[in-house]
Design a protein around this ligand. Structure first.
Ligand SMILES: [Ca+2]
Ligand SMILES: [Ca+2]
Length: 264
């Protein structure tokens, strides 16, 4: 009689008993072995694979290729940014709540944070939308495959000029931080607006999001201000829910500065 030998690998994750063991890793179940299973309950989980003879994991900035036994997956990396929006800024490290000041008084607006390759052609590799607080704080989580690599950090906001970090930022655990508010040189090309109290902010006025602040943006704000447009509008550069003289003054000034987004 022949005996069949099964090799069983079981990984028991005691999340509640040994939480410190899990820092930096989570268990991925996206490998396809000859047989596998996963069970979970309130206090723990059990996953297993069977019948494999070898394993391999290869990784690059864009890809992880895994073969064989299930592999621990690198934990998500948190990126925390500090930045202000020129037209929203109110001094003292605070900016206006533009979305819904009654129900969300600490929410300034939403922004998109992207990771671009540090190498030519500096392609955008990750993109996440998140909230920006009235204190200029934004936090976003990127998948573990970016962990340990360097990327340019790109900030996009609905009516501001897209802004890139001056240099690539290393995304290490447990989190990476970057501050666009203290010196103009924190942005690529020094491309930040000087604010009235010595801080810096991303330039307001790219209403049509083409990477320039120019006549089309000017016309959009001018037209909206003449009909007293109100609400959450792209042409509301000051974020107060009204399109009026302050927005017009801001676009009039910025459109004369020939502002163009700066990238490596
Ligand atoms: Ca524009
Ligand atoms: Ca306004």
């Amino acid at each position: 009689m022949k005996y069949i030998l099964f090799k069983i690998i079981a990984v028991i994750s005691l999340f509640s008993v040994f939480p410190n063991l899990l820092k930096g890793q989570t268990i991925s179940r996206d490998v396809n072995p000859s047989a596998a299973g996963f069970f979970s309950a309130a206090n723990g989980s059990l996953s297993w694979t069977m019948g494999e003879t070898f394993q391999k994991t290869l990784s690059a900035p864009n890809t992880i290729l895994t073969q064989g036994f299930q592999q621990p997956e690198a934990a998500n990396v948190t990126l925390e940014l500090t930045l202000f929006i020129e037209g929203y800024y109110q001094g003292g490290g605070t900016q206006i709540a533009s979305v819904d000041p009654v129900n969300y008084p600490t929410l300034s607006d939403t922004i998109t944070i992207e990771l671009a390759s540090k190498d030519i052609p500096y392609s955008i590799l990750q993109s996440k939308k998140t909230t920006l607080s009235t204190a200029g704080f934004a936090s976003v989580s990127f998948p573990g495959l970016v962990q340990g690599f360097q990327y340019f950090v790109v900030v996009r906001h609905r009516n501001s000029l897209q802004t890139w970090s001056a240099t690539p930022v290393s995304l290490a655990l447990p989190k990476a931080t970057y501050n666009f508010s203290l010196v103009s040189s924190s942005a690529f090309g020094g491309n930040l607006a000087p604010l009235f109290d010595g801080r810096y902010g991303i330039w307001s006025g790219d209403v049509n999001q083409d990477g320039l602040v120019e006549s089309t943006d000017y016309s959009d704000v001018e037209n909206a201000s003449q009909i007293f447009l109100s609400g959450y509008e792209l042409t509301d550069l000051t974020g107060d829910g009204l399109v009026e003289s302050a927005d017009y003054s801001l676009i009039e000034n910025n459109s004369q500065l020939f502002l163009i987004y700066s990238t490596p």
